[in-house]
Every structure is written in C-alpha cells, then in structure tokens.
Design a protein around this ligand. Structure first.
Ligand code: GLY
Length: 394
C-alpha cells in the first residue's frame, strides 16, 4: 500500500520512521510485521547510501582493534543473512537481494601491507574467527587475475556480499506489501509535546502523529529540526566514492570472490556480482555533505585497484558515484531509546549498514513492541553518548 501525498494530519500511527534508507525500511517492515501501524517518510525511499555501497558483509575482514563489541553485533547480523535474504525475498514478491556466499580474499602487495595483514590475522585468531593465511602463489591460484606481485593474503570464507540496491528495492516492496504508509516527503521537523516525541511535520505539509518515532536518517540524522539538544545524535557524513565496472561475458569469472587490500594506507576492494557488475570502492573522506565525484578519487581507486588486479583497466567503467556513510564517534551504531520519551534512533552504522540491516530490524522491532532493548544491542544504546556528555560537564 502506498499512501497518497497530501497536506493535513495523518495518524495516529504506532510508529513513524523518519528516513527510508535500508535501515529505516527494515525497521518499518519489521514493525509492521509485528502488527504495529507504521508510517515512513522519505523524499526518495530506497535511496541514500545503499545506492552507492558495495554490500560487503565483512565482519571479519573489516575487524579493527578496540571494536570487539561491535564484532559481536556484526557476526550476529551476518549469521542472520541467509534466512533474512530468503524471508525478505518472499515478502517482497520474489525480489532477490543478491546475497552471495562467496567469501573474501584480503591480500598484501608489499612488506608493509603484509605486516598489517599479519596483525589483522593475529587479531582475528584472538577473537576466535576463521581466516587462513595464504602465500602469494596460493592467492593467485584462487584468483588468477591477481597481480603477480601479491605477497600473501588472508582467505576469509565467511565474509560474503549482498547487493544493496536490490536490498533497498526488496525492503521497499516488503514495506508496501506489509501495509507501511510510505510518505514520499522529507521530515521538516520533529514534533514534541509534553516532553515526548509525537511525530513529524513533512515538507508537503502533512503532520504525521505517532506514539513512537524512529530517527533513521543516516548521516542526516543529527540535522532534523525539532530535536532537543540533548538527543541530537552525534553522526557525521563520511564520503565514499565508488566505481562500477562491467565484466563482459567473455571475461567471466573475472573474480570469484571479494578481493581487497590496503594500498598505501587506503582500503581498496573489488566486489564481483553474478550479473557481471564489479564494484570498486572506496574512498573515505571527511568533507561534510559533499558528494562530488572527483578526478583524484577516481584516479586513486583505479590506480590502487590496478596494482591489485591489473586487468581491470580493460573493463568498461559504467558508473562513478559518491555516498555518505553515517559515521559515529566510536564507529558503532546508535540503536534504541533516547532521553526523549517516544524517540528511538537507528543510525550511525558507518561502514556496516548493509551488514547490520537484519539485526537492526530485529532489535528495533523488539524495542518498539516491548520497550526493552535486547541484550545484544545494549552496548549500542544512544545513551552511551548522553552519559559521556554529562561526564564531560562535571
Ligand atoms: N564497508 C565498506 C565501506 O564502508 O567502504
């Protein structure tokens, strides 16, 4: 069901989700599945960062020191993917989200990269994760298109991929089929009455009233007018430029799994889809809301990817695009109730939005129906930042 866009008052709903990226959509879908009357607003639902992201489900290869708690959340979400993909596809009337259990190979191109990968391998082992050290020759046996100079690598058979564009389309279809009232308009401001979030007024003039509001507007989440100062989420945009190439049928399979490396300190990855699309990412730039694709960004990505897989320069370059990751101070998401009664957050997923989509939907649906944040999500309560703010004031 798709609501008609008109001015006036609409609701009351049990839940209003502000933001129709993959996180907002999964939240609305899961809430509607639990029987909650749910509305969602976004000028372009299904758009946002998911239109740019590569869709790596890289809990193990993107592990970082100090992020072991986040690792638990990432692994729990990765584990849900096969079932989530099947359930969503059915709920969306057969839209396939491109979940591909293909694994990942992270390689080293020089002695520094090799050291970095060895350290990552040691950390993975300390965390009890599955990954296998391969020599350069073993890497090339697995992926013959790799450069002859590859010095070694880590084979991670548990880090897979999904296609974020198809994921967004499937979630939107599932929302509409589950009866979510989708308003194609931007939230102009949050409404608050008697110290409680009560809904939002949209740019088209509609006032949506709801018992509970979920703010899931990605990197824009901190910019919604009407948010009381104490609950403004500390998210910021982190720009990523991403290229898409096409592997002609005669060249397939060009790569059989995700291949990645750190080249001169920058992450470069190549994600091959079954339909021949090859996603090449990504820059990481702190430039505010700028989404310009720059010559420098494209040059660096192609230069680094060419060192990794020289044959990519033969492929048609079909798309260049930049998106904004919703970065948070500790690189982890903000999930659940805020200090403002009735207002929840589902934002700040940074590099893990696609990976964390299944678990975010589940966690938010649970908190919206029971009022309780599930155990696994408690370390990611937005209140961890309110507490930090208060401590810094004493
Ligand atoms: N997780 C990949 C990226 O954010 O570029």
């Amino acid at each position: 069901m798709q609501s008609s866009v008109h001015s006036g008052s609409s609701g009351p709903f049990d839940v209003l989700v502000v933001g129709g990226g993959i996180i907002g959509l999964v939240t609305a879908w899961r809430a509607a599945q639990r029987g909650l009357r749910t509305a969602l607003c976004d000028p372009s639902p299904g758009g946002g960062a998911a239109q740019v992201a590569a869709g790596m489900l890289a809990a193990v290869t993107e592990l970082h020191y100090g992020e072991e708690t986040l690792l638990g959340l990432n692994l729990a979400s990765a584990e849900r993917y096969p079932h989530f993909a099947a359930e969503l596809s059915e709920a969306a009337g057969g839209v396939d989200i491109g979940y591909r259990p293909c694994g990942t190979l992270a390689v080293a191109l020089d002695a520094d990269d090799r050291l970095h990968l060895r350290e990552l391998h040691a950390l993975q082992r300390r965390c009890g994760l599955q990954s296998q050290w391969l020599t350069g020759r073993e890497c090339r046996r697995l992926e013959p298109m790799l450069a002859p100079g590859v010095r070694g690598g880590l084979r991670v058979d548990g880090d897979h991929q999904a296609d974020p564009r198809r994921l967004a389309a499937a979630l939107l279809a599932a929302c509409e089929r589950a009866g979510v009232a989708v308003h194609r308009s931007r939230a102009e401001r949050l409404t608050v009455a008697a110290d409680r979030a009560t809904g939002a007024v949209l740019e088209d003039g509609t006032a949506l009233r709801a018992d509970q509001v979920v703010l899931a507007a990605g990197s824009l989440s901190g910019r919604l007018p009407g948010l009381p100062p104490g609950v403004v989420p500390p998210v910021r945009p982190v720009k990523g430029q991403v290229l898409r190439l096409t592997v002609p049928p005669a060249y397939r399979p060009f790569l059989s799994r995700t291949v990645r490396a750190v080249v001169r300190g920058s992450h470069v990855y190549l994600v091959p889809r079954e339909n021949g699309e090859l996603v090449l990412g990504a820059t990481s730039e702190e430039l505010g809301w700028d989404t310009t694709v720059t010559a420098g960004g494209v040059y660096e990505l192609l230069r680094d990817a060419h060192e990794l897989v020289p044959g990519i320069t033969e492929l048609p370059l079909t798309e260049t695009r930049a998106g904004l990751r919703p970065g948070s101070p500790d690189n982890a998401p903000l999930l659940g109730p805020t200090e403002l009664p009735g207002l929840h957050l589902a934002t700040g997923h940074y590099r893990n939005g696609v990976l964390l989509t299944p678990l975010t939907g589940e966690v938010l649906a649970e908190v919206l129906t029971t009022g309780e944040l599930p155990e696994i999500a408690r370390p990611f309560s937005p209140r961890r930042f309110s507490a930090a703010r208060e401590e810094s004031l004493v």
